[in-house]
Design a protein around this ligand. Structure first.
Ligand code: TRP
Ligand code: ZN
Length: 879
């Protein structure tokens, strides 16, 4: 039996069109933190395509005061959280439905629906938050025209914003005022937004390519205006890019971004009124790192691009989430690549994106929460805003571009928007439009098979074996896909494999694209004088694991000569992974060989390669990525091995690191461009290695230089990298540096997040991290109710520091369980994300494995769990 507030599982196959349509919504808000009054007047009509039935409106934590149909009181009943109206006018003619409710924004710690943050009002309606504001058909296929009137105290809430255009404003009695907004576009309820508070804005008028004028605004709290320039520039670039690359113009006179420090996710694409986590808006050289600047560019782009891919064409139901998210991530990745400009900066961005996919999505696809890009079922939709839906979804869109070509894809996208503008559609509709615009393409010819990428979960493996005989080179590729929960057997995928052959002299001798449709296929190249080295899956042309038993010599040749920068980096990763796995499976110790060290040295010293690319090549594979290649994981051992390799890389290349640091540390006036950011990244990596090497040699010079750099740095990137070099190397100067850092930035919430995260993510030395995390929870600046702060301390420890979290004494797991339960009472969405830190518990070595199971079972046994956490822990325990 389900308790109150607990849902049953929802299945994609059960989709039914809505029994009613809502054409217009007229909302009037009397904003008050303790009790906000919401008057909702709708025009409703039956959907003639559906058999007559009662109208069932979604609601959640609302106080219902009045319901009127065509101005008259009416009978109604409640079915759980739903408001059910049975005695509605006969026939298909529209009727007026008026609902009056109240809610309590100040008590809304879930941050879904209407809530307060720093004395301002914000909303978050995706996916199912609108029902926490008023009773409604809260599903994305019900699209309506919105008129919104906001009324509030004028002094406390001088700025009143909602979607669309401001059509009226003025003063009311008692020091109150009002603003009336009309959105010219129909939209689903999840795109509704309002903001009210003491905010200031940076604004900019632009004229688009097509000659239309637009007003762009970025709203923040009064002290933050000087940190909005980069977000505004990113927005201007986004508008220009979408029009230039895909012919998609801005369809609004006014486009607003508002920042809030209390936000469950990154940002939200509400029509014309995007609401952002401050983390993805605010940046100055003093407070934000290069990574922050890049993230802002891509998130601003992402939300802006949703205006077409998501808002103009939206999802029929939430199972289709990747329709908008996969496509929009693909678009923001392309945007960042295009802004990066030249080939090597594009490759750096591609490598970074693949790194996210492989360290976060591959584990998800191999664990208890594995699901197809288009899931078949969910208990809580919030749990399906995942790296699979977003990042793997983007790869599925990218493969479609690969299969039809770049121009073909632009045609396909044009077809998609032309066909479906104003509609709520499915992933099938998307792929169909791309295929239809490209008859005869690999995609059109294999469409049904290609769509298995939407329906089959799990990461496919492609095994490559090679043979050279009589001048003929053969590469045999075989695909398979491991079972995932609920999917034992898999059918072959369509897998585009970009390949090349590198000759003995380092020159490219052949290349092409093998579009695999069969389980096994062979590539054959004749007339070769000597055996080449294969470069497979160039640019990471498909989201698969390439199983290829390369020799060190082959990998070293690719690292030196491959024309594909992605595979050059990948060769270095493979060399590193192999060494780490050898040590983990062996004695735990390994001495790095000269060939590897020499290869790393020559990349570091390379006269032509970019600093950003060098930084990526010289960064060892992540612990989570290495762990995925093991059947049984002892995270502390994985950590110790990586640390040991890093120490050797630090000591053996000490002179080279010193050269790299001196060569890249000066970069003139700060600009967050790719070239200087790459130089700062390499200087930072060098400094870290120099401090690590100093640890074993007893040298005090480099830690001293790092401390000096930390104090004198003119930008956050250099300052934080220096601080992090001291913390990571465990030098005693890290304590005064951390204290000083806190003192310098005590008023900067986003910088304090970095301060917490750095300490929670520090390398474990004899179990010292957990006590630090526990004591930081008592710090006056810690606040579990603020998601950014909770993530910076608790997630940095539980999800991002495996070597410290997976303790043999289970204390990490006990801490995790306590925090999940504590957070669940405040914010279930955030709690469920934390719950996922245990996803891969089955792979753990004993005694961790049993202790982990016990900790999960303890959480699962708690009565009154949210749907969010309940779904994650039950799946984790299911066999
Ligand atoms: N649609 C948002 C995006 O990808 C995601 C999002 C923001 C979200 N806030 C949310 C999803 C809250 C669920 C709940 O840009
Ligand atoms: Zn999105």
């Amino acid at each position: 039996m389900l308790r109150e507030g607990q849902n049953a599982v929802i299945y994609r196959a059960d989709y039914q069109p809505p029994a009613y349509w809502i054409d217009t919504v007229d909302l009037c808000f009397d904003l008050d933190p303790a009790k906000t009054r919401v008057l909702n007047k709708m025009k409703v009509r039956r959907n003639p395509q559906v058999a007559p039935q009662p109208l069932k409106l979604d609601g959640d934590e609302l106080n219902l005061a009045r319901v009127l149909v065509n101005g008259q009181g009416t009978s109604f009943k409640m079915e759980g959280d739903r408001l059910v109206l049975e005695n509605l006018p006969e026939g298909d003619a529209p009727f007026d439905l008026e609902i009056f409710t109240t809610c309590a924004p100040a008590k809304n710690s879930k941050l879904m629906g209407l809530y307060t943050s720093n004395d301002s009002f914000f909303t978050q309606c995706e996916a199912e938050g609108f029902r926490r504001i008023t009773y409604f058909l809260d599903r994305p296929d019900v699209m309506a025209s919105y008129t919104v009137t906001l009324r509030a105290d004028k002094q406390k809430y001088p700025v009143l914003l909602s979607n669309g255009n401001l059509v009226d404003q003025g003063d009311l009695d008692d020091g109150r005022h009002f603003a009336k907004w009309v959105d010219p576009h129909r939209k689903p309820s999840y795109l509704f937004a309002l903001v009210a508070g003491q905010l200031v804005c940076r604004e900019q008028k632009i004229t688009s390519r097509s000659g239309n004028d637009h007003l762009l605004q970025v709203y923040v709290r009064a002290g933050d205006l000087d940190k909005t320039e980069h977000a505004m520039n990113s927005l201007i670039a986004s508008v220009a890019w979408d029009e230039a690359r895909f012919g998609l113009p801005l369809d609004l006179e006014r486009f607003m971004i508002v920042a809030t420090s209390d936000f469950n996710m990154g940002a939200m694409e509400n029509k014309g009124l995007n609401i952002f986590n401050t983390k993805y808006v605010l940046a100055s050289q003093a407070t934000a790192t290069d990574t922050d600047f890049m993230n802002i560019e891509s998130v601003v782009g992402h939300e802006y691009f949703h205006n077409w891919s998501g808002n103009r064409v939206t999802c029929r139901d939430w199972f289709q989430l990747s329709l908008k998210e996969g496509l929009t991530v693909f678009r923001d990745q392309e945007f960042s690549q295009d802004l990066a400009g030249e080939a090597s900066a594009r490759a750096v961005k591609r490598i970074e994106d693949v790194r996210v996919l492989r360290t976060a999505q591959f584990p998800e696809d191999a664990g208890p929460m594995a699901h197809p890009v288009r899931p078949e079922q969910y208990l809580e939709i919030n749990n399906f805003y995942t790296v699979t839906v977003y990042e793997k979804g983007a790869e599925v869109v990218r493969m479609q571009q690969t299969l039809v070509g770049r121009e073909g894809f632009e045609k396909g996208l044009a077809q998609y928007f032309q066909r479906h503008d104003g509609q709520a559609v499915t992933c099938d509709d998307f792929a169909q439009a791309i295929a239809d615009a490209n008859p005869g393409s690999h995609l059109a010819n294999n469409l049904e098979q290609f769509k298995r990428w939407y329906s089959q979960a799990g990461t496919p493996r492609v095994k490559a074996t090679t043979r050279f005989e009589n001048g003929t080179y053969e590469i045999t590729l075989s695909q398979s896909c491991p079972p995932t929960p609920g999917q034992a057997a898999k059918e072959p995928f369509v897998i585009p494999v970009a390949w090349g052959l590198v000759g003995a002299d380092g020159r490219e001798v052949a290349g092409g694209m093998q579009v695999m449709t069969q389980a096994t296929e062979t590539i054959r190249v004749d007339g070769l004088a000597s055996e080449p080295v294969p470069s497979l899956l160039r640019g990471f042309s498909a989201p698969v694991v390439l199983e290829w038993d390369a020799t060190d010599a082959q990998l070293l040749a690719l690292l030196e000569h491959d024309t594909d920068p992605f595979n050059r980096w990948e060769a270095a990763q493979r060399l590193g992974v192999r060494r780490m796995l050898d040590a983990i499976r062996g004695s735990g110790a390994i001495t790095l060989d000269d060939a590897y060290l020499q290869a790393m040295r020559s990349i570091l010293r390379h006269p032509k390669l970019d600093a950003a690319f060098k930084e990526l090549v010289l960064t060892l594979p992540a612990e989570t990525y290495v762990s995925e290649q093991l059947d049984e994981v002892d995270p502390q051992r994985v950590h110790a091995v990586r640390e040991s390799l890093r120490e050797q890389l630090a000591s053996a290349l000490a002179g080279d690191w010193a050269w790299a640091y001196e060569e890249h540390k000066e970069n003139g006036a700060y600009r967050p461009d790719h070239v200087s950011a790459g130089r700062r990244a390499l200087a930072g990596l060098a400094l870290t290695h120099l401090c690590i090497a100093a640890r074993s040699s007893g040298d005090t010079v480099w830690p001293g230089k790092a401390y000096q750099r930390f104090k004198d740095a003119s930008n956050m990137t250099d300052r934080f990298n220096a601080l992090s070099a001291l913390v990571v190397s465990g030098h005693e100067l890290s304590r005064p540096a951390l204290d000083r850092f806190h003192g310098m930035f005590r008023g900067e919430a986003l910088v304090l997040d970095k301060w917490f995260a750095l300490q929670a993510g520090a390398p474990d030395r004899g179990g010292n991290v957990l006590p630090v995390v526990r004591s930081l929870m008592q710090h006056p600046d810690f606040n579990l109710r603020n998601p950014n702060r909770a993530r910076s301390l608790i997630f940095s420890y539980c999800s991002a520091n495996p070597g410290a979290f997976h303790r043999a004494d289970a204390a990490g797991y006990v801490f995790w369980g306590d925090r999940v339960l504590e957070l669940d009472g405040v914010n279930p969405q955030v709690a469920a994300r934390l719950a996922r830190a245990m996803d891969r518990w089955r792979k753990l070595a004993e005694p961790m494995r049993s202790a982990a199971r016990e900790a999960i079972a303890r959480v699962a046994a708690k009565p009154d769990l949210s749907n969010d956490v309940r779904e994650v822990v039950t799946r984790a325990l299911a066999d």
